[in-house]
Design a protein around this ligand. Structure first.
Ligand code: PLP
Length: 406
């Protein structure tokens, strides 16, 4: 008898985005002429920068000629891309990261989901609430939690992100071995100051713990004092892994490219307490289970760092930030106190009612779709997330419609 992995039965059946899709489909069936505006999605809407398209096209031409054809690439990504990343994303900010500490992948979802394979079954895991669901669900699948009771899994340490702590969770007063952090945050849009990150790095060092730092939205940071990387914090190299993605930086959600930084100093521990270096473990995991990102896509990602690419990606992100400013300002004018939207594409706010009640009201009365905050965790109850990934025209119209009904 082929037995199923029993941990899958623990995963919450109702998945946020399928619930939204069902309610939207019901509404559209009853109101076929309604013009819906979707402000809930986390997917980008604007085209790839032309620098990336050109680089991809050139690389595709190379693939059609024997002399310049590329088969399997180097295990952890082409040197040209790893070098561009180390220089532009880290060294230029004073973070000491070298190309061989960078592992190219097909995106941050896979890497944040897969990284837990490197840890023992009984590690104590701390996750923020609200949270990007991948961190939790992959640990549930791996059997590191008990069942789900009232929306929380037994065995996890939940780090409440609330208005009181500015949506940046404090270090817990208990011991954790593995900590997931995400800044700028999805869904709250909050960013972490160097001081707040310093506390986490100190905590990880004191507790012999490891931080998994998801910086998928790094490109949205405009405030000069906010760190772009955890490695801007002294001492982080030993205790932190960082995930990055070209998805939101350069519109690669459908093109697929990201990377994970595992510094050579990063350590975990054996049962007897001796140190084990983490980098060779991730290298081994990747060469065993992953066969690389295609050559044309890596060339397209490299083009993000060309002069033209830098200018175009900045314009792309600036466009989304301009949308976010419209959303934030309109909510403020209506008396809400939103977070995010200045260094993030997401605006998060307390709706003053149940999240799903607010969702239904906007859908039925304004034909605008937002994301109910409760879908991201218990601390999201009563909140909603509005995404800036849209055209300015749609954002203006959506906010006008919302203005009329709230
Ligand atoms: N991390 C966070 C916090 C995200 O919100 C997302 C996507 O929405 C990802 C990772 C996934 O990024 P990628 O497209 O690189 O898989």
């Amino acid at each position: 008898m082929i037995k199923a992995n029993p941990n899958f039965a623990k995963i919450q059946a109702s998945y946020l985005f399928s619930d939204i899709a069902r309610r939207v489909a019901d509404f559209s069936k009853k109101n076929p002429d309604a013009k819906l505006i979707r402000m809930g999605i986390g997917d980008v809407t604007r085209a790839l920068p032309s620098a990336c398209v050109k680089a991809m096209a050139k690389a595709t031409e190379e693939m059609g000629v024997d002399a310049t054809f590329h088969g399997y690439g180097p295990d952890h990504g082409y040197g040209f891309l790893r070098e561009a990343i180390a220089q532009n994303d880290f060294r230029s900010r004073g973070a000491d990261i070298s190309p061989d500490e960078i592992f190219i992948s097909d995106g941050a979802k896979c890497d944040t989901g897969n990284f837990q394979e490197l840890f023992a079954q009984d590690v104590r895991i701390a996750v923020p609430d609200p949270v990007y669901p991948v961190y939790v669900d992959t640990n549930v699948m791996a059997g590191r939690t008990g069942g789900n009771i009232n929306g929380r899994y037994e065995g996890l340490i939940y780090l409440d992100s609330t208005a009181e702590n500015g949506f940046v969770p404090d270090v817990p007063d208990t011991h954790a071995d593995l900590i997931y952090l995400c800044f700028p945050n999805n869904p709250t849009g909050a960013v972490a100051s160097a001081d707040r990150l310093k506390k986490w790095v100190e905590y990880a060092r004191e507790n012999k713990a490891l931080i998994l730092f998801d910086a998928a939205y790094e490109a949205f940071i405009r405030d000069k004092d906010i760190p772009h990387s955890i490695y801007e914090i002294p001492g982080a190299r030993e205790v932190a892994v960082e995930f990055r993605s070209f998805s939101k930086t350069a519109g690669f959600t459908g093109t697929r490219c990201g990377y994970t930084v595992v510094p050579a100093d990063c350590r975990v521990f054996a049962e007897n307490g001796s140190e084990i270096m983490l980098q060779p473990m991730w290298a081994r995991r990747m060469s065993t289970k992953f066969n690389g990102v295609s050559y044309p896509v890596q060339r397209a990602a490299e083009a993000v760092y060309s002069e033209e690419g830098k200018e175009q990606t900045k314009m792309l992100v600036d466009g989304y930030l301009a949308n976010a400013a419209v959303i934030r300002d309109k909510l403020r004018a209506k008396g809400f106190s939103p977070t995010g939207g200045d260094n993030s594409p997401y605006v998060w706010f307390d709706t003053g009612m149940d999240s799903w009640e607010f969702f239904d009201r906007l859908l039925n009365e304004a034909q605008v779709v937002v994301t109910p905050g409760s879908g991201f965790g218990r601390c999201g109850n009563g909140y909603a997330r509005i995404s800036a990934f849209n055209s300015m025209e749609n954002v203006l119209e959506a906010m006008e419609r919302i203005d009329r009904i709230i």
